[in-house]
Design a protein around this ligand. Structure first.
Ligand code: CU
Length: 302
């Protein structure tokens, strides 16, 4: 599991230089490459809402979360990763299932900020070049500040379904969380002890066992893609290894990053039979909360 998270630390802040990327030519040999652009905030715009409204335009890509976590799905579908003031998992405010969403301003200081978005496959592999804007955050009402750290020993367990239960394809996972405050508003913000959210995974033979496709890494093997890769390395200062890691890292089975103790799970696009559900606590930067054991159950999907 740790491997899945390693890119968060591996991707340098130099990726902030990615503002130059959309100028790079991207041409996939067979089908038109998925792409994303940021409609609002417009570059340089002043945002006065406390929660930042984001509107994107995607091309050649179906935005959906019904298949999130699966590793063998269509290459041109999935969700959106959005990041504030960085281009790595540490700064990810959430994964989004729509091209319109808001990002909480909690903990953000007024002034210049950057928003980056990238398309992700259902297996959470990068599926487009990133798009980035900088904007001026001047909220008319100040958002909440970061909370004070908590002390205690966080813990998570699954209350229902019971291990081994037979469930429908759509069911609630109820968890008990102690000594830990769940907050979606803090996702991608600086870590605060005792705060974070949940990562929930489903794994199932045939749905999460195939090696996830890495469309951009595959594209890098074409002449146009090689040029793109060179440009990417030049613009970001990334090494070949760092770029490879960024383009191929996946999170098989990840359904989402919720912040409630009742988590609706929709596996209606999955198979009947055995599936494993795993929940873990994550810090605001999405690293697993240290010293907290994940909880897991097996269920039988009707
Ligand atoms: Cu997370």
């Amino acid at each position: 599991m740790n491997h899945s998270y390693s890119w968060a630390r591996a991707v340098p802040a130099a990726l902030l230089a990615l503002g130059t990327l959309p100028a790079l030519a991207v041409a996939a040999p067979m089908m038109p490459a998925p792409s994303v652009s940021i409609v609002s905030p417009a570059a340089g715009a002043t945002v006065t809402d406390a929660a930042i409204p984001v509107t994107l335009e995607t091309k050649n890509f179906k935005v959906e979360c019904a298949n999130s976590g699966k590793t063998a799905t269509a290459p041109a579908q999935g969700h959106i990763h959005a990041m504030l003031d960085g281009m790595d998992m540490e700064h990810m405010t959430n994964m989004y299932c729509s091209d319109h969403f808001t990002i909480s301003g909690q903990g953000l200081k007024p002034g210049k900020h950057t928003l980056s978005v990238v398309l992700a496959t259902d297996a959470h592999v990068m599926d487009s070049l990133p798009a980035m804007v900088s904007f001026d955050y001047e909220p008319s009402q100040q958002p909440a500040a970061l909370p004070a750290p908590l002390t205690g020993t966080p813990h998570i367990s699954i209350i229902s379904p019971k291990n081994g239960a037979t469930v429908g394809r759509t069911f609630d996972v109820k968890v008990a969380v102690s000594d830990f405050d769940l907050s979606c508003d803090l996702e991608g913000k600086p870590d605060v002890a005792g705060y974070g959210h949940i990562h929930i995974f489903a794994t199932q033979s045939g749905e999460t066992t195939q090696k996830p496709a890495a469309p951009l890494a595959a594209m890098m093997k074409t002449p146009a893609g090689m040029e793109m890769g060179k440009g990417l390395m030049h613009d970001t200062g990334m090494s070949m290894n760092e770029m490879q890691m960024m383009l191929t890292t996946s999170m098989p089975g990840m359904l989402g990053m919720p912040c409630t103790t009742t988590i609706p799970v929709d596996l209606s696009q999955w198979r009947g039979g055995q599936a494993k559900i795993l929940v873990m606590l994550a810090n605001n930067d999405h690293m697993p909360t240290p010293n907290v054991a994940p909880a897991a159950i097996s269920v039988h999907l009707k």
